[in-house]
Ligand binder design. Structure first.
Ligand SMILES: Cc1cc2nc3c(=O)[nH]c(=O)nc-3n(C[C@H](O)[C@H](O)[C@H](O)COP(=O)(O)OP(=O)(O)OC[C@H]3O[C@@H](n4cnc5c(N)ncnc54)[C@H](O)[C@@H]3O)c2cc1C
Length: 413
């Protein structure tokens, strides 16, 4: 790696974060709050208006609160106390879970529906400065070289190519992570044959279907649906529906206005066309990196693990990585702990990804799409009974909010 001029930095302390998505920005903020200077490289020219995640679970809200973020964003999102499972075939509500029952365990006994792009943009606008929290848009990381006492990062930007030396680099650059590939870390798992389509409409389903709450899961052997509400950019907000797209259906067909209209009319027939604010098709995989640390290269968020979005665990799990890593890495950089602490980060967060997030999201998808009528009836019955009994309902909500994953991860040594 010889291209580009080497910048002078406080390289013994500085951490480079690759990717200004929600995980990169939370990780950078958490490091900065611990006195570690950070440089964030983001290939896009501005904070990305990414419409994927919108659900912040209670433990994530507690973590963001310690960074001073939660109380600022609470009035900007939608507070969602309950979530419901519906049978799309019969139209019945199967089960409801009420996070208000968790008041004794959660500081924030609800989910905040708040789009990931708003979180990312608000951290950038409020905290990023030019020195200790240096966020550089239109900077794409292209190379990494480990040296005896650090790592050199090569980047390209509109001003040309450059290099920067740092103590560590954290790949928060998403599922197709360049950092992970440059470090040669395996990303085992599988990709589902079908894709998922997310359609956001201004049509207010809540005014016509009184069985809806802000977060709804519709099980259906033919075409399941997740239907969640967000504030969007103006009143009355948006409903975002996720459906599976058959592997035989071309993306261009799925994204065509008539096919979108047909999908929404099949879900809820109504007079007149639906007004669609945005739509996108996503490939979906279940994969976990072989390690989250290799020398001075660390991974967090989607670069370390990807999963299907049913249950809203990808970004939340990534933010949990970011907080765990920032605390440990700051101690290592300040000389308060040895580098083996970074291996503990990898073991703890890999455990959470493999044992909880992967298992739970795979199970969530199976519940949504189950075809066998007997198995479907049995699963519905189990879910109904789980929700009705206060003790099992609480256990379910702890797991679904990723609290269990955090607790067992912290017991990994
Ligand atoms: C339809 C859908 C709905 C979802 N809903 C939820 C939800 O409700 N809750 C939830 O927890 N999760 C959800 N997820 C998952 C969630 O979106 C991801 O887990 C989350 O975005 C991961 O954040 P990240 O910061 O790790 O990566 P990303 O958000 O992918 O950000 C990576 C960033 O890195 C940048 N980058 C990439 N390569 C480079 C490079 N070489 N140099 C510089 N920059 C680079 C990219 O431009 C990007 O800005 C959903 C996913 C989908 C598909």
């Amino acid at each position: 790696m010889s291209k580009g001029k080497m910048e002078k930095t406080d390289k013994a302390m500085r951490v480079v974060v690759v990717g200004a998505g929600p995980v990169g920005m939370v990780c950078a903020l958490a490091l900065n709050r611990r006195g570690v200077p950070v440089t964030v490289f983001e290939q896009e020219p501005a904070p990305v208006e990414d419409q994927r995640a919108a659900t912040l679970h209670p433990p994530t809200l507690s973590m963001l609160d310690e960074l001073g973020v939660t109380k600022k964003i609470l009035p900007l999102g939608l507070i969602s106390t309950t979530y419901r499972f519906h049978d799309r075939v019969s139209g019945q509500v199967i089960a409801e879970f009420d996070l208000d029952r968790m008041r004794d365990e959660f500081d924030f006994p609800y989910v905040l529906q708040y789009e990931q792009y708003k979180l990312t943009a608000s951290i950038t606008a409020e905290y990023a400065n030019a020195a200790d929290f240096d966020v550089r848009f239109s900077h794409s990381v292209t190379g990494l070289t480990e040296t005896a006492d650090g790592v050199e990062i090569a980047y390209s930007s509109p001003d040309g190519e450059g290099r920067l030396a740092a103590a560590y680099v954290i790949g928060c650059d998403g599922g197709r992570s360049t950092v992970r590939k440059l470090a040669g870390i395996d990303f085992g798992g599988f990709t589902y044959p079908e894709k998922f389509i997310k359609i956001a409409t201004t049509f207010d389903f809540g005014t016509v279907n009184h069985d809806l709450v802000l977060r709804n899961y519709f099980s259906d052997p033919d075409e399941w649906c997740n239907l969640f509400k967000v504030r969007g950019k103006r009143e009355p907000g948006l409903w975002r529906a996720i459906f599976p797209v058959d592997d035989q259906e071309d993306d261009a067909v799925a994204l065509s206005p008539d096919r979108i209209e047909m999908r929404l009319q099949k879900f809820f027939p109504k007079p007149g066309r639906y007004e669609v604010e945005y739509v996108n098709v996503y490939p979906v995989s279940q994969r976990v990196a072989a390690t989250f640390r290799k020398g001075r290269v660390l991974l967090a968020g989607d670069s370390a693990h990807v999963n299907n979005p049913i249950g809203g665990m990808g970004m939340n799990g990534g933010i949990h990585d970011a907080i765990n890593l920032a605390e440990k890495l700051a101690r290592v950089i300040k000389g308060e702990a040895g580098e083996e602490l970074l291996d503990l980060y990898s073991r703890q967060r890999r455990h959470a990804a493999v044992e909880y997030v992967q298992q739970q999201t795979i199970a969530n998808k199976k519940l949504m799409e189950e075809r066998d009528p007997a198995v479907r009836a049995k699963k519905f019955d189990e879910l109904r009974r789980t929700a009705e009994d206060p003790a099992t309902a609480k256990a379910y909500m702890r797991r679904a909010a990723l609290l269990d994953s955090l607790k067992t991860a912290s017991s990994v040594t």
